[in-house]
Every structure is written in C-alpha cells, then in structure tokens.
Design a protein around this ligand. Sequence first.
Ligand code: URA
Length: 233
Amino acid sequence: MERLDKRLANTGKWSRKEARELIRAGRVRVDGAPCRAPEQKVDEAAPVLVDGTPIAAGGPVYLMLNKPAGVVSSTDEPGECTVLDLLGEEYRNIGLFPAGRLDKDTEGLLLLTNDGPLAHRLLAPRSHVDKVYYVETDGELDEGDAWAVRAGITLADGYVCLPGELELLSGNCAQITLREGKYHQVKRMLAARGKPVVYLKRVRFGPLVLDEKLPKGGWRALTEGERQALFRQ
Ligand code: URA
C-alpha cells in the first residue's frame, strides 16, 4: 500500500505537489471511485485513473536533471552531495540511477532512470550515442584542434579516441560531440592538445537536449516525445 499522491508522483509525470492538486481537483479515480484525499493509501494493484486514463503501476521513471558542479553522479557516496539528494523525497527510493556519469565539476544534462535495460542499451559502447558538450579551455582553440578531434585524438595513455566533432564558437569556447564515453574523456582529449578544460557542460545526450529552462540542480520528467525518442535511439 502507498499514498495516492506518491503513486502518481512515482510515474515521473507529476511532482508530488502537482499530484496533490490533481487529486484535490477530483480528477483521480481509484478502483472506479473518485478520490480527493492525497494521503489515501492505495493497493499496488488498484487501478488508478487520471482524467480517465490509467496510470501504469510502479512503471519506470525518466528524469532530466541539470546537474550543477559540486554534485557527484552516483546514488550513494558518503560525505558527498549525490544527484539523488537533489530530487524530491518521493524519488529517492525508487531505484533511480544516472545513465552515465559526469565529473563532479561538470554541469548539465544527466538522465536519471530506473529502467535498467534502456540505460544499459544507451551506455553500451557499441551504441555510440552522441554526447554534446559546451567547453571552455585555458588556451585558444583553433582549426588544428577541430581537425585533431575529427581524426581521433591519441590520449596520454595511448588510447585513440573515435572521431568526434569540434565546433569552434569563439576564442576558448567550443561545442564538442563524442560518440563514446571514456573516463574524463573531454578533459583528457583537450589536455592532449595542451588546452586544459576550465569549464564543461553537457548540452545533449542522444536525442535529449538540455532544457534551458531548468535551473542548475533542477529536474523534470521527460516528455512523452522525449521518452519515445530515447526508445528509438
Ligand atoms: N568528459 C569529461 O572529461 N568529463 C565529463 O564529465 C564528461 C565528459
């Protein structure tokens, strides 16, 4: 048994506050009868309808997070603020984890989900999901750097990166697109060019584009269109 507002919020479609408003507005039916009490305990198997549409029981959740610097991309790390600490309480115990990692000082788009098979597929090396970053470096970026990224940069440990794209924006700013996700990859690639990264933000992950309306540390459920695009990826 769980509270009706929590059951709605667990779908990822509504925040707990929105769920309470829907319920109080009489738009939610449980077991065929209208229910206006957010605190009402409902059985896991009880059919719940919002505006006549059934919600999936305990279905997977997909959230877009605008990760701020200073937060670690893990679910449990003593002494650190984790991405789960940024979420509402109702999202902390439903098995969410980040699909991929951003460094502690990297900002931007992180997908949080409890859909293991989808995350596994998106992160598999052979999936080559595009990841796009906005980057600022200590040192001016130039056509030589763009050419090197296209050709495949060799890292200090000898690993040869897959070809990527570097679009010069201005001076020391660029947008870089990678199709793999090695540890500290952007930083190590640009360090190999003698241009250390001083700021990094992920702006796209596969079909997902960072919602610029999300403040740092803000998050929202993926839209139906975004979810469908991820499944097609
Ligand atoms: N590359 C990096 O160096 N750091 C990140 O957080 C992501 C990509």
